[in-house]
Design a protein around this ligand. Structure first.
Ligand SMILES: O=C(O)CCC(=O)C(=O)O
Ligand SMILES: [Fe+2]
Length: 365
């Protein structure tokens, strides 16, 4: 006589996500989010990036381990000063506290390239979930403000063609006298750190340390200021009420400063949401889709979202980093071997971003 064992399947649901090539679905456990610990999302002391080659390789090893597993890690010892962060945050608070008609002057609707202000409930990142209960402000790479650029006239035209900055974001916020300098100082600090980190990523991918240097001379480097009012203001809240819906980031990597309210959630490999709690003095770094693609899926771009369930206003300041827009990159030589041939064709950064933004705007209309 044989015995039949019936194992109860945990209950799950399907989550719809945007990609450059249209929607994909993920199976997500219905169990409530749980808090992360260091085994879920490691905390890496990256102060070695300012040290000798051995110190840099030691950081690279830890970044490699995190990037090939969860695709998310905290960094401490990053070198960005508390003052630069505090000033940017103060300006962000001032900006969002203004009346709608003032913020409207810099509304993204006036932008060709997604710069400027996005009002509450104007974006819907994942269709499975609510509209995003968030306001945001975005600005993008401008060579005049890049400390590594001496002479903007000598930038080759094919690189210039990829610039997406728009001066109106500063012109239309000039009523806040320290807004431009506060945000640009933060952007510059993030840009310098990201350029150091991309060299550590090269080491982590068994490539020469300067492999990505030329590709990041004028990178797609953008700051977003996120402002999340408390969800408790809403007439109705359920588990699908989000502050920013589930998504993956599209470029190489993101460095996120978040305040101490918490709300960032990361979908782990088991399909379980975990809370990436705030850790003072850290940034959260995550891998984006383009880096996942050129590493042949070795480094993983992980789904995340945010929910501000506290009674407080929450702020975060992500910095998104990708290559120069005119770069066309295929699967990296160190990520291909006989058992793992290249899964993807080369694609330009510009085309990659265009495809994904086209999906976003299509659904918005
Ligand atoms: O605010 C957060 O915690 C996450 C923000 C985010 O994922 C984004 O802006 O891409
Ligand atoms: Fe994100």
């Amino acid at each position: 006589m044989s015995t039949i064992t019936i194992t109860e399947q945990p209950s799950t649901h399907q989550l719809k996500l945007r990609t450059a090539y249209g929607p994909v679905y993920r199976t997500v456990l219905d169990t409530p989010p749980r808090d992360c610990d260091e085994k879920d999302i490691p905390i890496i002391d990256i102060s070695g990036i300012y040290g000798d080659l051995d110190a840099r390789k030691a950081v690279a090893q830890q970044i490699q381990a995190a990037s090939t597993s969860i695709g998310f890690f905290y960094v401490k010892g990053h070198g960005i000063s508390d003052d630069v962060i505090a000033d940017a945050l103060a300006q962000s608070r001032l900006f969002f506290s203004q009346p709608t008609e003032i913020k409207d002057k810099v509304n993204q609707k006036h932008s060709k390239w997604f710069n400027g202000w996005n009002s509450r409930n104007s974006s819907h990142v994942s269709e499975t979930e609510s509209m995003d209960y968030r306001e945001s402000f975005g600005m993008r790479y401008e060579p005049r403000y890049d400390p590594a650029v001496d002479n903007t006239d000598s930038i080759p035209p094919e690189i210039q063609a990829g610039f997406r900055a728009e001066e109106y974001v500063w012109e239309q916020t000039a009523n806040l006298p320290d807004f431009k300098s506060g945000i640009l100082n933060y952007w510059r600090a993030c840009l310098s750190l990201a350029r150091r980190l991309i060299r550590i990523f090269a080491l982590a991918l068994d490539l020469p340390e300067d492999y990505f240097d030329k590709m990041t001379s004028h990178p797609d480097a953008a700051v977003a200021l996120n402002y999340y009012p408390s969800q408790r203001e809403l007439p109705k809240i359920d588990e699908n009420t989000v502050s920013i819906g589930s998504h993956t980031d599209l470029q190489c990597f993101t460095m996120l400063w978040q305040d101490d309210n918490g709300g960032l959630q990361v979908l782990n490999r088991d399909g379980q949401w975990i809370n990436a709690k705030p850790i003072p003095g850290t940034f959260v770094i995550n891998i984006g889709d383009y880096l996942m693609r050129i590493t042949n899926d070795r480094f993983v771009s992980t789904v995340h979202r945010a929910k501000n369930v506290t009674p407080n206003e929450r702020y975060s300041m992500p910095f998104f980093f990708g290559f120069n827009f005119n770069e066309t990159v295929g699967v990296l030589p160190s990520c291909i071997d006989e058992e793992r041939p290249a899964k993807y064709d080369p694609i330009s950064c510009e085309e990659w971003v265009r495809l994904r933004f086209a999906q976003t705007t299509q659904d918005r209309e």
